[in-house]
Design a protein around this ligand. Structure first.
Ligand code: G1P
Length: 303
């Protein structure tokens, strides 16, 4: 890639699919989008938007569906609430309320028919245009202290093509994820992806490297998605389109994987969601000391 091309392709856009129904959290998600469930005192989706912004991506497109109005409201101004807090002189809470509306430039598009992750990403095509862009899945919460996306952006700017986030999982768990066949690049944290399969039978999986929900994609993915037939679960799978990119580099450059060894929570899973809350609360400066003391007592004396 030439230097000028590299500069012109500086990544600034992030796409966050958020049209899922959240059935694992019913009845909490009957009238509230799952992305709005709090992790300590912030909705899960705000951590994801903050992660994108932290990596330098401040143009955010959310791909939403029915019942997702609260998402738009959360990232918008709330003048009445702001005025009430201002009258009370509560500058601290006012700051917290304004934080989410000042974070990034937000855009929204509706997915209409929920036809899978690949289809959700395709809905972003008119907004993204022909620059590389990031995709962040709302169910995956990456601990803010373990930056992943900024490293992926660096790798994409260096290598071109597309970059996905990978994490080693127990071989028995690989059927829950997209799975990558990989080759070493000589760098422990970056691998070359030679093949991908969505939620394989563990006995047939090419590795125990699972895709976690962070991608930096070459815009060539859109044309491939348009031609991708429904796959696993009858849905248009992003993994299947990436497999085509990995198989034929001429379509849109290589696919690399950044191997993540930090803390990640699947907030779409109830157990992991609870673990994320306990862990992040324990480590918070304001809540942590009291909460840790209580938790210690609870575990040793009451369990
Ligand atoms: C999606 C992707 C899968 C990936 C996973 C990460 O699956 O299709 O490849 O491993 O996210 O969270 P989902 O969990 O939405 O079924």
């Amino acid at each position: 890639m030439t230097e000028s091309h590299r500069n012109s392709s500086r990544i600034s856009k992030a796409v966050i699919p958020a049209a899922g129904l959240g059935t694992r959290f019913l009845p909490a998600t009957k009238a509230t989008p799952k992305e709005m469930l709090p992790v300590v005192d912030k909705p899960a989706i705000q951590y994801v938007v903050e992660e994108a912004v932290e990596a330098g991506l401040s143009d955010i497109l959310m791909v939403t569906g029915r019942n997702k109005r609260p998402l738009e409201d959360h990232f918008d101004r709330n003048y009445e609430l702001e005025e009430a807090l201002r009258r009370k002189g509560d500058a601290q809470r006012l700051g917290r309320v304004q934080e989410s509306s000042d974070l990034a430039t937000m855009h929204y598009v509706r997915q209409g028919d929920p036809r899978g992750l690949g289809h959700a990403v395709l809905c972003a095509a008119p907004h993204v245009g022909d620059q590389p862009f990031a995709v962040l899945l709302g169910d995956d919460l990456i601990d803010p202290r373990d930056p992943l996306l900024s490293h992926m952006v660096e790798v994409q700017e260096r290598e071109g093509g597309s970059v996905i986030a990978l994490m080693e999982v127990e071989p028995s768990q690989i059927g829950l994820y997209g799975c990558a066949a990989i080759e070493s690049t000589g760098d422990d944290d970056v691998v070359r992806v030679t093949g991908l399969v969505e939620k394989p039978d563990p006995a047939e999986a090419p590795s125990n490297y699972a895709i976690i929900g962070r991608y930096v994609l070459d815009p060539a993915i859109f044309e491939i998605l348009r031609q991708t037939k429904p796959g696993r679960g009858g849905e248009i799978q992003l993994t299947d389109a990436l497999q085509k990119l990995a198989f034929d580099e001429k379509l849109g450059g290589p696919v690399h994987g950044v191997v993540f060894r930090g803390r990640r929570y699947d907030t779409g899973d109830r157990g992991d969601y609870l673990r994320a809350i306990v862990r992040l609360a324990c480590e918070r400066e304001d809540l942590g000391p009291d909460f840790r003391a209580w938790l210690r007592r609870y575990v040793t004396e009451e369990m």
